[in-house]
Ligand binder design. Structure first.
Ligand SMILES: [Zn+2]
Length: 286
């Protein structure tokens, strides 16, 4: 799933490539992906692209003065920028992975796509991004808080740090992948309880968050959309590296289930050498 750095990079790419161009056609192929009906998709045609940014992990493309296409790419969604489209024919409804296509006046444009059968990409055409429920609920951006605000947000929610860090209402932008990386850099157990963190641990976690997210933004911005996924994978130390050596200590990266996903960590670096128990699995056995 694209997180803060990838969405930031997609927005930066759109600012460079699409802003200033006029929309020729705004095509919707998957009507289940478009969650709004007013303003109609036809309202976008003829408007210039005037900006691109993000709210947490939501991408926000602005057309004209105040029309926003707000997109949550979900797990398998992506934005593909096309220098040219193969066919001028409009998309057929419900065909293939393309949910939305935006054609610009220079022949280029972009597709919002979603792989797989489970469709959860969500697009909204709104006058105000705050009309999108997921955007309205977002906490402050993970890169916009200082150390004390960070402490207040994290301590304001009781729970395991892995869950609290990825809770978009606590801090916006951190997802499953970079939270694994942040906890590895901070040398903290993903299951540590926020209520028990010392001031020093909060500071370490804050600094690790800034370091991991800022490094990833630096690596990602300037990359083409097509290259971002590889860049993200290449920069990972523990996430999605189960069975591979930890780059810090050489111990084997382990995996444990968490919520409906799994997380990766290094026992030597993060949990005093003790592997975490897989709670879901032990529940099944009992
Ligand atoms: Zn390690």
């Amino acid at each position: 799933m694209p997180e803060l750095p990838e969405v930031e990079a997609l927005a930066a790419y759109l600012r460079e490539r699409a802003v200033g161009h006029t929309v020729e056609r705004f095509e919707v192929s998957s009507f289940s992906a478009l969650k709004t009906y007013d303003p109609a998709p036809s309202a976008v045609a003829g408007l210039p692209v005037t900006g691109a940014g993000r709210h947490g992990k939501f991408l926000d493309v602005t057309f004209g003065e105040d029309l926003h296409l707000v997109v949550h790419l979900a797990r398998a969604g992506w934005l593909h920028y096309r220098d040219a489209f193969k066919s001028p024919a409009p998309l057929k409804p419900g065909s293939g992975p393309i949910a939305v296509r935006v054609r610009l006046d220079d022949g280029s444009g972009f597709d919002l796509t979603e792989a797989g059968t489970q469709k959860s990409l969500a697009a909204y055409l709104v006058r105000d991004p705050a009309e999108v429920p997921g955007v309205a609920r977002l906490g402050p951006d993970a890169l916009a808080v200082d150390r004390d605000q960070f402490a207040e947000r994290i301590r304001g929610r009781n729970g395991q740090i892995k869950g609290v860090l990825t809770d978009q209402e606590v801090l916006a932008g951190i997802g499953n992948a970079y939270s694994d990386e942040i906890l590895h850099v901070a040398k903290m157990s993903p299951f540590a309880l926020t209520s028990k963190l010392t001031d020093e641990q909060i500071t370490t976690l804050y600094e690790a968050t800034r370091q991991v997210e800022t490094d990833a933004v630096t690596r990602s911005v300037g990359q083409k959309a097509a290259e971002l996924k590889g860049e993200k994978r290449a920069g990972m130390r523990v996430h999605a590296r189960t069975g591979l050596p930890c780059p810090v200590c050489g111990d084997t990266v382990r995996e444990v289930s968490f919520a409906d996903k799994s997380l990766q960590y290094c026992a030597t670096c993060q949990t005093g050498g003790k592997p975490l128990a897989d709670r879901r699995l032990s529940k099944l056995i009992r």
